[in-house]
Design a protein around this ligand. Structure first.
Ligand code: HEM
Length: 213
């Protein structure tokens, strides 16, 4: 059980954080809005807590948009074997013995599902700004980066809470930018066990404030 949690829970959580920070570095307007929200919720020299992030809708939208743009399990559990004929809602039948894969990456980048899918636009998840109210934990198949149904990721709440808190703390404590002279952040992907950045993120973190000793 512990092995399974480590095996399935560590690289996914770390990769979503890395992709999220890559988008934060690439998109200064996103970083500025995120920081304003985190500062307003935390204030002063405090450190964001789980309770604080619950009051940060833009941060949650940024994490959702990261999961849409860069789902770490693009093919969910890679493959499933149909043990019986399965009738789909659209009338199609998946015959017993078929190996089936769900291409979540294709769904999250489909222009008929998500307008302008190549854009990193957290607002698409803010209902008060015309965005969609999407439950990413398996309740909406337009964006199900943790899978859905019987084999949905059992660590989804822990994974989401961890990434959200880490990003809040990273943005609260540091200004994030490209190191001097380095090329722009590359969003090229490589599929290993999970979907990784082909060129790992290299960013400069400048402390924002000094705490009294
Ligand atoms: C943001 C972080 C995470 C993402 C994006 C993620 C994503 C996924 C996905 C896509 C699946 C396959 C679901 C399916 O086939 O329908 C999965 C399965 C699984 N995940 Fe996660 N996961 C994350 C974090 C975690 C954490 C923190 C844990 C444990 C502490 C965990 C434990 C597992 C396990 C044990 C399975 C296999 C479930 C089964 O086959 O019944 N995951 N995860």
């Amino acid at each position: 059980m512990v092995m399974e949690m480590i095996f399935r829970g560590t690289d996914t959580t770390a990769l979503v954080t890395e992709w999220c920070m890559a988008e934060v570095v690439r998109n200064p307007a996103v970083q500025a809005r995120l920081r304003a929200e985190v500062d307003a919720a935390v204030g002063g020299d405090g450190c964001p807590s789980d309770g604080d992030v619950a009051r940060m809708p833009y941060l949650q939208a940024v994490v959702k948009e990261t999961l849409r743009a860069h789902p770490p399990g693009p093919l969910l559990s890679w493959a499933r074997l149909a043990t019986a004929d399965v009738g789909l809602a659209n009338g199609m039948v998946v015959p017993a013995g078929t190996t089936a894969m769900v291409n979540m990456w294709a769904i999250t980048h489909d222009g008929e599902v998500w307008a302008d899918p190549a854009a990193f636009a957290p607002e698409r998840f803010i209902p008060s700004e015309g965005g969609a109210d999407v439950d990413v934990r398996g309740g909406d198949l337009r964006l199900a980066p943790f899978g859905a149904g019987r084999r949905v990721c059992p660590g989804k709440n822990l994974g989401l809470a961890t990434v959200t808190l880490w990003v809040a703390r990273l943005v609260h404590a540091f200004d994030w930018s490209l190191p001097d002279g380095s090329p722009p952040v590359s969003l090229d992907e490589v599929l290993k066990l999970s979907l990784e950045m082909k060129t790992p993120l290299a960013a400069a973190a400048t402390p924002r404030r000094r705490r009294a000793a």
